[in-house]
Design a protein around this ligand. Sequence first.
Ligand code: PLP
Length: 405
Amino acid sequence: MRTFTKSKRFQNVSYDIRGPVMQEARKMEAGGDKVIKLNIGNPGVFGFNASQEIINEISQNLRNAQPYGDSRGIAVARNAIMDDFKSRGVANAGIEDIYIGNGVSELIMMTMQGLIDPGDEILVPMPDYPLWTAAVNFSGGTAVHYLCDEASDWNPDIADLRSKVSSKTKAIVVINPNNPTGAVYSKETLQSIAAVAREHELIVFSDEIYTRIVYDGAKHIPMATIDPEILTISFDGLSKTWLACGFRAGWMVLSGNKKAASSYIEGLDLLSNMRLCPNMLAQHGIQAALKNHEDINPYILPGGRLKEQRDIAVKMINAIPGLSVVPPKGSIYCFPKIDAKRFNITNDEKFAMDLLKEQKVLFVHGTGFNWKAPDHFRVVFLPDRETMTDAMQRLEKFFESYRQT
Ligand code: PLP
């Protein structure tokens, strides 16, 4: 019988955030178990809601959203995005440089598919948000990982980054604020990354979807403000700051040296045209969202839900013998370290599975973020105080007796 196998492009492509451990959690739930799922940064399932202004705009435009629109996105939304970037110091991005997507995810796939030829290398952080590695490899390139250093608050190790550049390198991916570590990079760090990009004529892809989710007075600096000579593609969207993952609206902004990339931009336009247009309905919420960009503040400032939940997670993790975590300055995640020797952990996916089965809490193991060793996992700190505390207590109980066999 003729059989059909998946394309060879799937070699080296994985996305463990929704991988086998999550499948097992689903099975357990179907069997009646109640699982605390801390695997996905999905604010809407933890009692967060998009603002009424966004909802109103979208509902009022239901009829207007019926036809296809501009393949890059509707003008009113792209204008609002342009103004937002201008107000944050990104001078040379015009409306033609802005593309809206069905989430940042679609744009990540488009930017990689439009750029990569077989053998091309893209520098991706380790750990990373794994869609980046998957998108590079799926597009026929090679994701080459540069180290983000836990001992230095998860900042990129610039010497390591430099050492990974080769004649095949086309671009650097920066995730800031970072998923999964919660790091927020200083201006000096961004300048050091820009120096490598400038020296080797690389594009910088700056995933800034957590740009406004920062704590303790940390300030996010847009990568595109660092060096206007570097072609920078910056990403943001409604999913996190505006708590509306399911609306599927993200955007990217091209700035810097666009002349050098006219052919690449032609490719991006073609890919945009080929998908006809992004979801029309969700785009109508973008202008209202950007007008109300401070709506997230009550959650992240002292006394705010996200900040409190982060504090609970950090404090309780650091109190568990054999675990430690660098307090995240941004995003909705932290990336604790496990003393793998102490618990005899050689396979972190098995650790996540054992934890799920024993304590009914779901985390994603560190190697799922392309981390190099089986000694980390990611915590999503979106659940309310009580649930967060419960999850951390279960974690503590698990590690009291866990030894991997
Ligand atoms: N980039 C990062 C760093 C993320 O963490 C996520 C989602 O978790 C995305 C992109 C995807 O965002 P979207 O919902 O806009 O597709």
